[in-house]
Design a binder for this molecule. Structure first.
Ligand SMILES: Nc1nc2c(ncn2[C@@H]2O[C@H](COP(=O)(O)OP(=O)(O)OP(=O)(O)O)[C@@H](O)[C@H]2O)c(=O)[nH]1
Ligand SMILES: [Mg+2]
Length: 505
């Protein structure tokens, strides 16, 4: 069983695989993204129920009752309980553990707590993706329980197929909930702890609020139900109401899910865009320098953003255009005016992007790929020279810092192909992470291509993934792009097009 791919095990509803899959997603690993890609076609069958409300409203108790009743109907249930980091609700994790034990023997129930740690607005996305895992695993109903205290939580529940907002009597919750923006997302209101005094008043005040809500159109008017989660009173009615909503909203379910898809796609794109900007476009520390300039009123956020992104749009089209105009640097190339930065390293690549094939070839007109260099990750370029030049007697070029990748490199001559010694200049650079994980050693093989765009196009057309969707600047003004090692038998392959202007060495 364990030798099967994770995705197959998730689809077979193996609880350990499901738990693992959700962890991969929670940790925002590439494997998590890969898993989502593999199982996505199998989703869309589960009905997503979002339950939110103030801390301690009885959401977990309510969910527990829903699980039991749904099980009696023969339905399988997956639950995601988003652990609130809020100081009000320290009991949630313990409570969820106890619930997990109650349902531990039942293979038709899966309960999982989602941690909120460290996510910068990504909680809603990771929760949505965890829901995808439960959906693919074939649970009929997926319940997402979250405290309605922040935008993230509200986003999570808004994305469900039905949103249940839980309030309790006599605490002025309605007002709080209104402030938090959770009233607008409710499809169904539940006044839980209706055994307590003031339930009638709370129900009435919600109804008054709904009656005065002019934004509400002709369609579904959110009903206000009473429950007593501890005894189970009102739970059947709640389930029946959820079912009624499901039937009544079947026309709009598609558009609601489409909106969910759009939101998720935009979320992923923004994240990718930011990552690309921070890792491939901005120099280390540059983001902070822009912030400093904005704080000092030397520039405004719009101008800063415009300048910071002007180099991001080096799309294949822009490159081709540059090629056609005869190798001037791309129009609109980024010229940094961020005073403290070294212009030479932060302005956009001053490389000639003409394919090599249109130039007097320096290595014969052979279009076969040749090894340009073999990359070796080292802790310290200077120290490693003792061996490579000292002991082996090889000659080398100059040391060059590649700011965009946070690396220091030095090429060692070994005939046609070279060795590239690569040192990390920041712990979070790709090389830094590599050395952290595996120690120094062989890192990548660079193949010299006459035309990097053509080479990338061929790779992509064959269904092989590229790490870089767009060529970036490498050492000595070259253009480089890495192929995804997951598709190359574990070998990190770099495609490299030499700069046209011959370098000094
Ligand atoms: N009297 C009464 N108490 C209830 C009812 N439902 C839940 N409780 C109690 O309220 C407390 C909080 O219940 P939980 O289900 O943990 O509430 P929660 O909304 O999940 O709490 P957090 O996850 O911490 O926000 C527990 O002591 C429950 O036993 C109810 O209908 N009536
Ligand atoms: Mg809870």
């Amino acid at each position: 069983m364990a030798s099967q791919p994770l995705s197959d095990r998730v689809l077979a509803r193996d609880p350990r695989a499901i738990a693992r899959g959700i962890s991969l997603i929670e940790d925002e690993t590439p494997e998590g993204a890969l898993l989502v890609g593999r199982i996505f076609a199998h989703t869309g069958r589960a009905y997503l129920v979002g339950i939110t409300g103030p801390p301690g409203a009885g959401k977990s108790t309510l969910v527990d009752r829903l699980i039991s009743n749904l099980r009696k109907e023969g339905k399988t249930v997956g639950v995601l309980a988003v652990d609130p980091t809020s100081p009000f609700s320290g009991g949630a994790i313990l409570g969820d553990r106890i619930r997990m034990q109650v349902h531990a023997e039942d293979s038709g129930v899966f309960i999982r707590s989602m941690a909120t740690r460290g996510h910068l607005g990504g909680l809603a996305r990771t929760t949505a993706e965890a829901a995808i895992v439960l959906d693919a695993a074939g649970y009929d109903v997926v319940i997402i329980e979250t405290v309605g205290v922040g935008q993230d939580e509200v986003d999570i529940v808004r994305m469900a197929d039905v949103s249940v907002v839980t309030l309790v009597p006599g605490t002025g919750d309605e007002v709080q909930a209104l402030k938090a923006g959770i009233m607008e997302i409710a499809d169904i209101f539940v006044v839980n702890k209706s055994d307590r005094e003031g339930a009638d008043r709370t129900v009435a005040s919600i109804e008054v609020m709904l009656a005065t809500d002019e934004a509400m159109g002709e369609g579904w008017r959110p009903p206000v139900l009473r429950t007593e989660a501890t005894t189970g009173r009102g739970i059947d009615e709640l389930l029946a109401m959820i079912e009624r909503f499901r039937e009544q909203s079947s026309d709009t379910l598609g558009s609601r899910r489409r909106a969910r898809g759009e939101w998720r796609l935009r979320e992923i794109l923004s994240r990718r865009f930011m990552q690309h900007l921070e890792h491939n476009v901005l120099a280390p520390g540059e983001f902070g320098q822009w912030l400093d300039r904005i704080s000092a009123r030397e520039t405004d956020p719009y101008s800063a953003a415009a300048e910071m992104t002007s180099g991001v749009f080096l799309t294949p089209d822009v490159i081709s255009a540059a090629v056609q105009v005869g190798g001037s640097s791309p129009a609109g190339g980024r010229v940094s005016t961020c005073g403290k930065l070294d212009e030479a390293t932060t302005s956009f690549p001053q490389v000639d992007t003409r394919p090599l094939s249109s130039h007097p070839p320096t290595h014969g007109a052979d279009t076969r790929l040749t090894i340009d260099h073999v990359g070796i990750a080292v802790s310290d370029v200077d120290a490693s020279l003792k061996f490579f030049t000292g002991v082996l007697g090889l000659t080398s070029g100059e040391t060059e810092d590649i700011k965009s990748q946070n690396t220091r490199v030095r090429f060692i001559d070994t005939g046609d192909a070279k060795l590239e010694l690569v040192e990390s200049l920041a712990p979070d650079s790709a090389i830094g992470k590599y050395i952290d994980k595996r120690g120094p050693g062989l890192h990548h093989v660079a193949l010299r291509v006459p035309d990097i765009q053509a080479a990338m196009a061929r790779v992509v057309a064959a269904g092989v993934r590229m790490i870089d969707q767009v060529p970036r600047q490498g050492a000595h003004g070259s253009l480089i792009a890495f192929v995804h090692p997951g598709d190359t038998h574990g070998v990190l392959v770099e495609l490299k097009q030499l700069a046209v202007a011959p370098e000094g060495h």
